[in-house]
Every structure is written in structure tokens, then in C-alpha cells.
Design a protein around this ligand. Sequence first.
Ligand code: BG6
Length: 369
Amino acid sequence: EKGGYDYFMLKEIAEQPKAVADTLLGRIDGSGSLTLDEVRIPPGVLREIDKVVIVACGTAFHAGMIAKYAIEHWTRLPCEVELASEFRYRDPILDAQTLVIAISQSGETMDTLMALRHAREQGSKVLAICNTNGSTIPRESDAVLYTHAGPEVAVASTKAFLTQLVACYLVALYLGQVRGTKWGDEIRAVIRDLSSIAGAVDQVLVTMEPVRELARTLASKKTVLFLGRHVGYPVALEGALKLKELAYMHAEGFAAGELKHGPIALIEEDLPVVVVVPSPRGRSVLHDKIVSNIQEIRARGARTIVIAEEGDEAVVPYADHLVRIPATPTLLQPLVATVPLQVFACELATARGNEVDQPRNLAKSVTVE
Ligand code: BG6
């Protein structure tokens, strides 16, 4: 069942290139346009939408945070992302012009289900992004875009997360395509880039041995911090969540720009800090700012674990450990940057003797509020 792997989680990490490719399959036509016929919300309705609200929990929430960057950039629609468990208790502003996107691997998470029920009661259209055919969340939604990750057994989500990202990009690009934006050329280029992204994920997977070795040396640490910016910020949060779930270690993700507003006080000698570095091409200002952050924390003794694009030489002098990822368009970087963090958490958990597939106190799907 585990296909020769010790844990389902290792198997599911390894399946990510296929999961990503399967989620794209049949959704890009020969001319490079998206054909999301399954999204049964008529284009006319999608053109009238004036706001997008994403609700989700846990790892799916991090996918939603990344989706916000893509949706706002490619569609210019305002997009909010909210923890499903908080959503309905604050009387959110919803109407028929709001598109609500509910992201859930299992399709059974009660918090997410209650949030979408609330949204539909207010007259909003709900699109589910889900990995489980026929589950409750898609059944109760107006439309569903299924992720094709295949069954995910390990409690901590890996391949489902990557396919949620793919689905979110598809929705963002589709909304851009249907509504028409000034980013038409960029949208076509990104659709092309998405077609080759599974290969990039594969490329990361085959270079993970140094990450495993590093993780084993950190097994006795108490805390690991994660820093990122832009779409790298939710990636940092996801890296920290994985470490909490699997290694039972204190881990926190921060937006690197916030470092100076508080978290830098935590930096001490030999504290491991993982930094997700934005591409030096895309938004190069952010790249340069994060390089300064790495310098700052290293000057205070942090042990820097730097995840940076191939060819990014600026980070080299400040990286105690350097993890290379393939160059991708800025918004797509989470698809490759998350993988080393999954491997890192899995290996650390194993080194600490933890049960990787069934972490203590957690359940794969939480069907109570
Ligand atoms: C949690 C799981 O309880 O539910 C997480 O342990 C998961 O791994 C979260 O991210 C949300 O689950 P789902 O099925 O709604 O994506």
C-alpha cells in the first residue's frame, strides 16, 4: 500500500509531480486557454462578481492565502481569505456579487462546511476546491473544481496542498480570462509555465538528500522559525505548521518585513531560521529586502537555512545551508518552495521518533466545529 515507502507521507510527497500534472489534465486546451467547464457558474455571473472570499482551515487556508495574491493580481478583484472557523461569527459582508471559494481536501471539515452554508444563506455563489469526490462540501456548493491528488492518507497534507494551489491558480487565471484583464499576455504565459511545473516539482524532489541530512542534525532543537514575503509568507506558515504537526516542535512563520517589529527579538545563537527567498527576477525589491533580513538575523547568530532560486548568487554569502529550487514565475514559486519544507518536517519527525502518518492529537478530517 505504501508502495515501498516507510510512510504514506513519503509516498505522497513523492507523488506530487503526478498529482500536479493530473490536476492540470484536460483543463488547458490546445490553444493554451483554460476550459473549466466543470465550474458551472455561468461566465455572465462571474463577470458580475465584485469580490472573492476564500474560507478554509489548516493547510488549505495557506493555499487560500496564496490564492489571494494570484486572484488580486490577475483579476483585480478584491479577495479576502478567512479561517473558516472564524468566518460566520463576525457577520461577514456577503451578497450575490460575492464569490466564495471553500478549499478542503476531505470535503468534510465542519468549520468550512458551516462557513459555506452561511455564505449561501446570504445569496453568495460558492465554488468548492476539493479532493474527495461526492463529499459534503462539493455537494452543498454551486460548483466544484476537483483536485486530482488521489487519496491522501497521511494526516499532514502534502500533495493535496500542491494540487489546491494548482486549482487556485486555475480559478484565478480563469476569472482573468472570463472577465478580461490587462494581464492577458501574462495569463497566457503563466498557463504555459503551469504546463511544465510538474517537472520543476520533480526536480526539487531529486535534490532533497541534503535537506534530510540537515533535518537530522536539528532533531534536538526546541524552536525553528520560518520567514517569507509575498507568496513566500504563506509558504513559511505552511513550513511551520508541518513542523508543529509532525515534529511537535515550536515553529512559527513570519512575514519577513515584520521581523523588525518584534520577532527579531527571538533570534539567538544557533537558532535555525528557514528563509524562503523570492525570485531575484520578478519582484526584485522584495528579494533584496529579504537578503538584508538574512544578513540581520545571521549577524545575531541565527543559523540560516535559505531556500532560493537557482542562479540567485546574492544569498550565498549569508546562507549556512542553501537549498536550491528551480526558477518559476513569482506567483508559482510556492509549488516548488513548499516541497523542501515538507521533507524537512517529515525527516525531523522521524529523527525524533514520532509517528509521521498519524501525529498525536490530530485527525485527517475534523467533522466537529
Ligand atoms: C485538519 C487536518 O484538521 O484539517 C489538516 O489535520 C488539514 O491537515 C485541515 O489541513 C483542513 O482539512 P480539509 O480536509 O478541509 O482540507
